[in-house]
Structures are given as structure tokens and as C-alpha cells.
Design a protein around this ligand. Structure first.
Ligand code: SAH
Length: 208
């Protein structure tokens, strides 16, 4: 089986399992080659539904987790998105097909370069990878319609609450080292409502 068939197979399973729900998101999964965002030796596992090592002690999330977070964010064509934890660039690449622009913060300089190269190879131009500590957000381009945190955070930092737009959302795995809850915050009239979308496991946010 070639990688394109494997990709279709995975997408079919993610639809059956109700992780992928909306046509636009499904189309984004079809258009982004996950094999372009992993280490070369792992190519045979590109469409297995689990996280893969991308070096520097970090991982690219499992496809079902990318599907869950992307669907919950309800991405819209003009959205400005802030991502905390660029990693391989894959989550940002999926979002690039669905929103206006993405600012992706990555603490690790070499991983930021990895993400930039991966995104460039696939021809993605609306993701801006920035080296920096995402716990402070990224004030220069705020406000953001959506903030997606892809590393485990002990809390939803005030900086993110300040930088998300009115009517916007923050999604983040909140908790300790071994387990977090996937929390979705919605901002309306300056206050936040919170939904808990269940237990998840992400690599930890490190403060720079
Ligand atoms: N979204 C990524 C997966 C991210 S893994 C993907 O699609 O591949 C989590 C990433 O968060 C790691 O690359 C790690 O270096 C980064 N990270 C950890 N702490 C951070 C911080 N304070 N600011 C920005 N990035 C951080």
C-alpha cells in the first residue's frame, strides 16, 4: 500500500470513529502529507494513529488528537490563530488550509527550523513560525480568534486570555506531567466559559 492509500485509510477510520466530522477539516487532512512532518526513518508509520518522536524529546501528536483539536476550534476562513508549541509544524499545516493566518511559537530553535522547512516543502505560506516562549503569548500580532496550545500547561495563562479576541476560543491540555484535561475556553463579553473534553497526554510546556 502506498502512502496516499494509507492516508485515505486513516482518514476513513478517523471519520468512522467520529474524530473527523466536517468536510473542510477532512479535506485539510487529505491535502497535508503527514510524512512531510516526521523523521525520515518513520515514514512507514506516517499514517499510524499515534504520536511519533521528532527529536529533542518532543513528539508530533497522534492524528486523532489533531482532528479533535481542529474540530473543536471551528476554524473559519479569516481566523488569526496563535499556536503554542509548533513542533513539527503539522498541526499548523492542517490549520493553514482552514484559517487566514497562524503564528506558531516554538521554544526550541532547532525544532522551529524543522517546522519552517517542513512547511516550506509543502508550500505553506500563511504559517509564521516564531522562536519564543509561548507562555507569554505573542503580543505583536494579538488579538487572535483562536489560541491552540499543543503542550501540557499547568494553567491557562493570563497572557492568552488577554490576547484572545472577543468571541474567540482557547484550547489547551491543562494539568500535570502524566495527564491533562483538554480544556476549551470561550470568551464572551470579557468573561470565559469552560468545557472539559476529557483526558489527554501531551509533552510539557517549558518556560524559557
Ligand atoms: N503541534 C506540534 C506538536 C507539538 S509538541 C506538531 O503538530 O507537531 C510540543 C511542542 O511544544 C514541542 O515542540 C516543544 O518544544 C514546544 N514547547 C514547549 N514549551 C514551549 C513554550 N513555552 N513555548 C513554545 N513552545 C514550547
Amino acid at each position: 500500500m502506498d502512502l496516499i492509500e494509507e492516508r485515505e485509510g486513516l482518514i476513513k477510520r478517523l471519520i468512522e470513529e467520529r474524530y473527523l466530522k466536517t468536510e473542510r477539516v477532512i479535506q485539510a487532512f487529505r491535502e497535508i502529507p503527514r510524512e512531510g512532518f516526521i523523521l525520515q526513518n518513520d515514514a512507514p508509520f506516517a499514517y499510524s494513529d499515534y504520536p511519533l518522536d521528532i527529536g529533542h524529546g518532543q513528539t508530533i501528536s497522534a492524528p486523532h488528537m489533531v482532528a479533535i483539536m481542529t474540530e473543536l476550534l471551528k476554524p473559519k476562513a479569516g481566523d488569526r490563530v496563535l499556536e503554542i508549541g509548533g513542533g513539527s509544524g503539522y498541526q499548523a499545516a492542517i490549520l493553514s488550509r482552514l484559517v487566514g493566518s497562524i503564528y506558531s511559537l516554538e521554544l526550541d530553535r532547532e525544532l522551529a527550523l524543522f517546522a519552517k522547512c517542513n512547511l516550506e516543502k509543502v508550500g505553506i505560506k500563511n504559517v509564521h513560525v516564531i522562536v519564543g516562549d509561548g507562555s507569554k503569548g505573542y503580543p505583536p500580532c494579538a488579538p487572535y480568534d483562536k489560541i491552540i496550545v499543543t503542550c501540557a500547561t499547568p494553567e491557562i495563562f493570563q497572557s492568552w486570555k488577554d490576547q484572545v479576541a472577543e468571541g474567540g476560543m482557547i484550547i489547551a491540555p491543562v494539568g500535570g506531567f502524566y495527564r491533562q484535561e483538554l480544556i476549551l475556553l470561550k470568551k464572551t463579553k470579557g468573561s470565559f466559559t469552560e468545557e472539559d473534553h476529557g483526558g489527554v497526554i501531551f509533552v510539557p510546556l517549558r518556560q524559557g
